[in-house]
Design a protein around this ligand. Sequence first.
Ligand code: ADP
Length: 420
Amino acid sequence: MTTVLGCIADDFTGATDLAGLLARSGVRVSLRIGVPEAPPADTAAFEVIALKSRTAPVAEAVAETRAALRWLQAAGAQRFFWKYCSTFDSTPQGNIGPVAEALMADLGTDQTIYCPAFPENGRSIFMGNLFVGQQPLAESPMKDHPLTPMRDSNLMRLLAPQVTRPVGLADRLTVAQGAEALRARLAELAAEGTAHVIVDAVANADLEVIAQACRDMPLMTGGSAVAMPLPGLYLADGTLAADAPKAVAPQLKAATIVLSGSCSAMTNAQVADYLARGAPAYQLDPLSVAETGAQPALNWLADQDLDRAPLIYATADPASVRTAQARLGVAAAGEMIEATLSACAVAARDAGARRVIVAGGETSGAVTKALGVTQLDIGAEIAPGVPWTYCTSAGHRMALTLKSGNFGAETFFTDAQEAL
Ligand code: ADP
């Protein structure tokens, strides 16, 4: 069907997060990994294109985003959403501002909003200042991020050096007065030539107001949360027909494989929980993988009953990870593990697994690539920001869930199986 909202996200897990929130409406949401090479076909009401542009050189990020925009326009979309991190991850060069300005130019629009707030996850904006929980952004752990250290909490000051046109604020006092007041404030700013408007939000009710006031803008930008009310608004006013295609969960065999390449604290707890339940499991030791490759893991897998959802994991505590990295090199250790888990995913699929649970952002990228998956339909939410997705791999319909490091509860691996 014709796409109603075209979304572009600057990284994969961000795209999944946004797609999951849009899918809470029940309407079909489709996620594409990278800009599809083929022209749009079998498009959904909500299309999300996942890029890997958060820390790419500005020109590259702009070019990729423009290509994504063209594809979404070809899918029929007339409204667009530019999704970045709720901690506004960027540098004085970009990429949030330059990408927004390029999209505005292509869409011929003079104004957009910026609302990275995600109150449910502790991201709020007041008087243009972004808070992470109770801390201003610049006092949160984001101040030490290796690629995008955030050393200022004021979104106007953060955005201004990234753009060529004036930056302004629609503050919480306006938002609290409702959509009409916010629209009036945006019009006032537009009349003054303010192209880029930061919008305060401290609670979900604020996001409802903002979505309502801005729903007809050609371009909105923000974290995932401000987009969440849009499907409901489109359904309510008929922009989206009440009988718009719903997400359909395919009937799939229970055969499952669990693959874990994340070493985050939460994933360590999730693996420990799954082991404690007596799940069949095989631990990948990077040092032995370096010697023997994937074969021993594949041999083990071949003997498993996939209905028991066996786990193959490289997940380890920080000290073991450091040891392996010191011996093999950080990148080489990571690539070896990713290659092994990817080979296991393909072997499990060929042995009949139709449900694949993956832990780890980079690991997820490697596994989807190995499975040849470039399009995912969003299904049931397992944990906030982590849905099941449905895809086709080597002609088989499959369910895939891709969890980045710190997401999900300790019981995630069993939660995922129960959610299908
Ligand atoms: P997260 O989402 O937690 O950041 P990722 O999959 O993005 O997880 O990153 C984890 C990286 O660490 C991957 O490249 C993975 O291959 C690598 N890795 C996993 N286990 C080990 C290990 N035991 N030793 C060294 N590197 C590992």
